[in-house]
Every structure is written in C-alpha cells, then in structure tokens.
Design a protein around this ligand. Structure first.
Ligand code: NAD
Length: 366
C-alpha cells in the first residue's frame, strides 16, 4: 500500500475542513499532510490545529519532492489563484482537487483540463458538497422510475435576503467582494453547488442560456466601491438538452442579498407530475412533495426524511472523500474533468449571456 500524501495549498477556513476529512481515510494516521500558505498567521492557526502537518510558505517548495502516483493536491485559495496554482500542481504530476469556483473564466478552466490531460492526472472540483441530500436522492429515484413523464420545466429558486459572502457570511474575507479576485458574487460562490446537483439529476448533454440578468441590490453599509463590485442577485432562463434527445426549460434564480422575499424551491415538472423540495442553503426542510393527478383531482404526497446520521459524510467532507474514492476506482460522486469544466461553464455562460445579451451554448465534452 502506497503512502497517501495530501498537499493543501492555502491554510484558510476551507483548508481546515479538508484536513478534518482525513479522519475518514483508511489508516488515517498514516496519511501525510502538507500545507503551504504565505500568510504566517493562517499557517500558524492551521498548524496549531494540525500539528503533524508539514508547513511551507509557498506551494512550489512544498511540491518540489518527486510525485507519487496517488498524491492529491487541494487548491484551497481564493479563485483568482486557482488557475495558476492548479496548473502548476498538475504539471508536477499530481491529481488536483480545486475549490469552487473552478477558475475565473471558461478559458482558464479549459486550459486547466488540458494540462490535466497532458500530465495524465485528474482535475476535480469541490462543488459536490450538496450532492446526495435526501430529497434530491428521492427525486433521482422518481426520475429514474419515470414517474413524472416527459419533463418540461425545472425551477431553481434560492433567494436569501442577507447572506452575502464577505458581508454577512465570513465578513472578514474581503476577496469575496472584489470581482478581480472572486470572479463574481453569488453565482460564483453558490451556483457551483446548485448546478452540481441540477446537472447530476438531469444529466444534460448541452445547455443554452437564453437570457440572464445580474443585480447588486443597494443596502446600508455598502459605501466602499468594492462592495458593489459583485452581483448578489441573478437569474437566467436556460434550455437543457437531455440525453434522450428531449429538452426541458430551467428557470434559475439566486440571491445572497436582495429586497425580494426570501424563498427556496427546487421543482421538477413533467407531463404526469411534479416534485418539489427546499434547497438546503439557509433554509431547513427535509421533505419532498410529489404532486400528480388522481381521477382529475390534484393529489400531493409529502415524504419526510430522517435527520442525517451524525456518522454520515458531512457537507464539508464530501469533496476530498469523493475525490479519494474516485482515484481508488471506487464508486464515487466526484465531479471531475469534463463534467467539472461543463458545470463551471454553465455558470460562466450565465455571466456571458447577461453581459453580452446574447444566448450562450455549453456542450459537455466540448
Ligand atoms: N469559506 C467557506 O465557507 C468556503 C466554503 C466552500 C468553499 N470555499 C472556497 O474555498 C476557497 C478558499 O476560501 P476560504 O474561505 O478558505 O478563504 P480564506 O481567505 O479563508 O483562505 C484562503 C487562504 O489562501 C491563502 N493563499 C492565497 N494565495 C495563496 C498562494 N498563492 N499559495 C498559498 N496560499 C495562498 C491565503 O493566504 C489564505 O490563508 C475559495 O475558492 C472559496 O470559494 C470556501
């Protein structure tokens, strides 16, 4: 059995969650953990919590030793650095699990995948945290059983009034509010999870973004220009092309800061019925409602799910654990390579459509 080495680039908030996941590994005490961060304070906080970690002030020095076949590098830094750090890590011959969003734009993401291919390595994205939420799993079963008939509309709505990254959420982290560092606002931060789940359930071969909009609602305490630099409310109308050749419209709306009413709903509607559940971000509900026709009457059935077992994989543990399973050739829900590029491109296509006012197309495996 080869030694499992994990290299963390960045020692910030999310890096500590990844380090905690190692407890899930077989022979976890033998996993060799290294971490690199030029920020001495972040590194000190990290090593206080994980004193066995080998600490470095830069990633290049950390990755200078020869690569082993199953080495994993996790890029856990702000989005502006993902392209450069992930590309350099792949070029050392290591698999890379990159934090979401994958990159700043589609060109960077495409180039990252090309570099992974050149070096025969896997590029994964951490956008898997919301996969396998019990209502979404029930939705998957009903879709597989074709209970809803041909699908024609999906609605994704998650409107939070005040949960802006860098303001209400993690207020000390300024890069969230600077487009040059984050690439954008609520879409870049939250949509990777949402399109991760939607694309996992619907499995489109390609999508079109037909129209899209971005807004930065004005609130008190927004005086620095940087706080208005990123969108906090966005929406899009998309056409999904499904594997069976049919199409389905998807209406997407997301807010982390808005004057609209707080709402959350994922709804998939077909000619024979619909299913609806609440997106588990800022809203808590563990039910799914199935609505259908019964002799001309509207019937609804609500399924409740027990709370997850404390021993279940937690949200924050999924990215590294799924990626490890994938590399071990075990069944895995990791989002890697073409799928990671496709999911990210769906989100960037919303920006491209909103800014150019032109429809955009994204093809899986393009
Ligand atoms: N904070 C969250 O709740 C959360 C959740 C999921 C995903 N993420 C994602 O994780 C990534 C990091 O977010 P965070 O909240 O941990 O940020 P953070 O600011 O807490 O930590 C980022 C760390 O990266 C370090 N860094 C910057 N450039 C570096 C470089 N070249 N080499 C090494 N280290 C470098 C910084 O010094 C900092 O310590 C982002 O992509 C974010 O979207 C964050």
């Amino acid at each position: 059995m080869e030694t499992q080495r994990i290299y963390l680039i960045g020692a910030g908030i999310i890096a500590r969650q990844h380090a905690a996941t190692i407890r899930r590994f077989p022979r976890s005490e033998q996993v060799v953990l290294s971490v690199a961060d030029p920020n001495k304070q972040a590194l000190a906080v990290f090593t206080e919590q994980y004193p066995h970690a080998h600490a470095f002030e830069d990633a290049q020095t950390m990755l200078a030793e020869p690569a082993l076949e199953n080495d994993i590098v996790i890029v856990a830094t702000p989005p502006v650095t993902h392209y450069e750090l992930a590309s350099a890590a792949l070029a050392t011959g290591r698999h890379v699990l990159c934090e979401k969003p994958l990159a700043l734009d589609r060109a960077q993401a495409r180039q990252m995948l090309a570099t992974a291919r050149t070096h025969g390595r896997v590029l994964g994205c951490c956008s898997v945290r919301f996969l396998h939420w019990p209502p979404a799993e029930a939705a998957r079963r009903l879709l597989q059983e074709d209970v809803l008939g041909p699908l024609y509309h999906v609605r994704f709505l998650c409107v939070e009034q005040r949960n802006r990254p860098g303001i209400e959420y993690q207020p000390g982290t300024a890069w969230f509010l600077d487009r040059t560092k984050s690439g954008g606002g609520t879409l870049m931060d939250r949509a990777p999870y949402e399109f991760g789940v939607l694309n996992d359930l619907l499995k489109p071969t390609h999508i079109e973004v037909l129209s899209a909009w971005l807004a930065n609602p004005i609130t008190a305490g927004m005086s620095p220009a940087s706080e208005r630099d990123v969108e906090q409310h966005a929406g899009a109308s998309l056409r999904y092309h499904l594997a069976d050749g049919t199409t389905c419209m998807l209406t997407y709306e997301r807010a982390s800061g808005t004057h609209s009413e707080a709402q959350s709903c994922v709804e998939i509607t077909g000619l024979k019925g619909s299913i609806r559940w609440i997106w588990p971000h800022g809203f808590i509900s563990n039910t799914l409602t199935h609505t259908y026709d019964c002799n001309g009457r509207v019937e609804s059935k609500t399924i409740s799910f027990p709370r997850p077992d404390p021993e279940d994989l937690r949200f924050g543990e999924k990215p590294l654990y799924y990626f490890y399973q994938y590399l071990q050739h075990q069944p895995s829900s990791a989002i890697v390579n073409e799928q990671a590029l496709f999911n990210f491109s769906c989100i960037r296509a919303i920006y491209d459509c909103a800014l150019s006012e032109q429809p955009q197309t994204v093809v899986l495996g393009e």
